[in-house]
Design a protein around this ligand. Structure first.
Ligand code: ATP
Length: 512
């Protein structure tokens, strides 16, 4: 199966098992808007809890808030979103489809990278043990030719991005022979800028000065509450404010399922520090956030940093944590050193003094800020795409199992009486009563035990507990492990501790 096909199968699986549905599907859906179903919402909540507790419980100097989606319109002038939150767009005149010019070029560059990687893989196969990748990359004519092409386009692209040169974007697209995937032609319009913020009106008059925006990021809610939190919480620099909430962007290239949505959720933390110390904190947060990811056990090799070459005008350092999605390594989280840009601008526009008085040195200053920002939905996609596994079983059978990190699994334990009679459902109910205060569970007595195991595998339940006729005599149940499919007999009173060991979010936090 190609990665593309695999991705389609994953999307279908997410729908079939109640993780994610296209929004308003009975009306044929709404592009790039998705609803979370009965399984998806639990996965999402677990991810949010893992982040929230890691931020606010494990760091004494980080507190959380919950600010509103609607904010005073001046907020978005101060943040720069009114003037500069734009995407460069290009239309294909034949298919009438609209694309982001930068994404077209990046996809083209990715294809060259893939070609190079294929050459390297061929070399590795040919030379076996003796293969020296560095030397191969430096000497193989095919690799060198593709690398030269890559460098030329990449340099032009970075320069066009830095200068915001829309004509050059178009020229690169034409020079590279990039065509519309639908029409197959290079009949392109000029590149134009398009603001990504959704707007609405506060009152019903529709007058222009009533216009307010749906926040495109949660961070600004933190900045405008900086003073309140600092004062009422008696916070001393350095300290952080964390928030989880919805954000909205009128994304043009809305594709790749929940990777790029128009309504999505962010988990952002702004860490305020003394000017001059921000690089130290930037490094610490890079390390800290990577640890949070790797701690989930989805393979350290599936993450990498991508340091930004082009920095936004307000940033003095920025990096992305990229994850190996089915469509390649892409941004999962951004870490930015934002200087005093946001607080400084809010100070200017509001006329309120937003300064920190350092009681030890007697200095006053506008704090600098390091931000960590991750999309909840992208995190869900990372988990779901990594979890989806098809396994061949003995006897020619196969199973689909979602190997979701156990503490994030929507359902932690399934309770299954072998048959619907002989007092087994009654014992199963007792088991449920024993477990329900600690774990999310499903009770299932329908169909054969094999079918029930498959249903639990498909939603990623780490443990299945089966109550059989022996249970009546010995008070033991069979516990089946999702990943290894091994089974062990366990006393009912020992169940809780056994399950907890593997699914406990607190244990996960303890390892950080
Ligand atoms: P991209 O380059 O992919 O558009 P970005 O650099 O604009 O992302 P940020 O503004 O840094 O993203 O937002 C922080 C995080 O919010 C991203 O790392 C991502 O996880 C998430 N995010 C941003 N836009 C979307 C979206 N449209 N849908 C889902 N998640 C998003």
């Amino acid at each position: 199966m190609t990665q593309d096909e695999l991705f389609k199968v994953l999307v279908a699986h997410c729908k079939e098992y109640g993780f994610i549905f296209p929004s308003s599907e009975i009306y044929d859906g709404l592009a790039a808007v998705y609803d979370y179903g009965q399984m998806g919402v639990q996965l999402k909540n677990n991810i949010k809890t893992y982040w929230w507790e890691a931020m606010t419980r494990l760091n004494e100097n980080i507190v959380g808030i919950d600010s509103c989606i609607f904010m005073h319109p001046k907020t978005w002038v101060a943040s720069g979103h009114v003037a500069a939150f734009n995407d460069p767009l290009i239309d294909n005149k034949d298919s009438k489809k609209r694309y982001r010019a930068d994404v077209l070029i990046e996809d083209y560059l990715l294809k060259i990278e893939e070609k190079i990687n294929k050459e390297v893989a061929k070399g590795r196969k040919r030379f076996g043990e003796a293969f020296d990748e560095e030397q191969f990359r430096a000497t193989n004519p095919n690799v060198l030719r593709e690398k030269a092409k890559y460098d030329e386009v990449h340099n032009r692209y970075v320069e066009a991005e830095n200068k915001n040169d829309l004509a050059e974007y178009k020229q690169i697209i034409l020079d590279c022979g990039i065509v519309c995937p639908i029409s197959g032609t290079a009949n392109w319009t000029d590149v134009r800028q398009f603001n990504l913020m959704f707007s609405t009106s506060l009152s019903n008059t529709g007058a222009n000065d009533d216009k307010i925006y749906l926040r495109p990021e949660t961070a600004q809610g933190i900045f405008v509450e900086y003073l309140n939190v600092q004062k009422t919480g008696r916070m001393k620099i350095p300290f952080g404010i964390a928030q989880i909430g919805k954000a909205f962007r009128n994304e043009i290239v809305a594709r790749q399922f929940i990777f790029r949505m128009r309504e999505f959720e962010q988990m952002e933390m702004e860490f305020f520090c003394k000017p001059g110390t921000e690089m130290e904190w930037f490094r610490k947060w890079k390390e800290n956030r990577m640890k949070w990811h790797v701690n989930l056990g989805m393979g350290a090799e599936n993450y990498r940093f991508h340091d930004h070459e082009k920095l936004a005008h307000y940033a003095n350092a920025a990096t992305d944590i990229e994850f190996n999605f089915p469509f390649g390594f892409k941004e999962l989280e951004g870490i930015h050193s934002r200087t005093d840009f946001d607080l400084g601008n809010h100070q200017k526009l509001s006329g309120k003094k937003i300064q920190y008085f350092d009681p030890e040195t007697g200095e006053s200053y506008v704090p600098y800020c390091v931000e960590t920002s991750i999309g909840v939905d992208r995190m869900c996609l990372a988990v779901l795409s990594h979890a989806y596994t098809v396994e061949q079983l003995e006897g020619g059978d196969s199973r689909v199992v979602m190997k979701i990190p156990a503490p994030l699994a929507p359902i932690k334990v399934a309770v299954l009486p072998l048959v619907k009679k002989d007092g087994l459902p009654e014992i199963a109910q007792k088991v449920v009563d024993e477990l329900k205060y600690d774990f999310s569970y499903q009770y299932d007595e329908k169909d054969s035990i094999g079918k029930r195991y498959r249903r639990q595998d498909a939603i990623g339940t780490p443990f299945c507990v089966t109550i059989d006729h022996e249970t009546v005599n010995d008070g033991c149940v069979t516990v089946r492990d999702r990943d290894t499919m091994t089974q062990e007999r366990v006393k009912i009173e020992d169940l809780r501790a056994l399950i907890d060991k593997k699914v406990s979010l607190n244990n996960l936090l303890r390892n950080l």
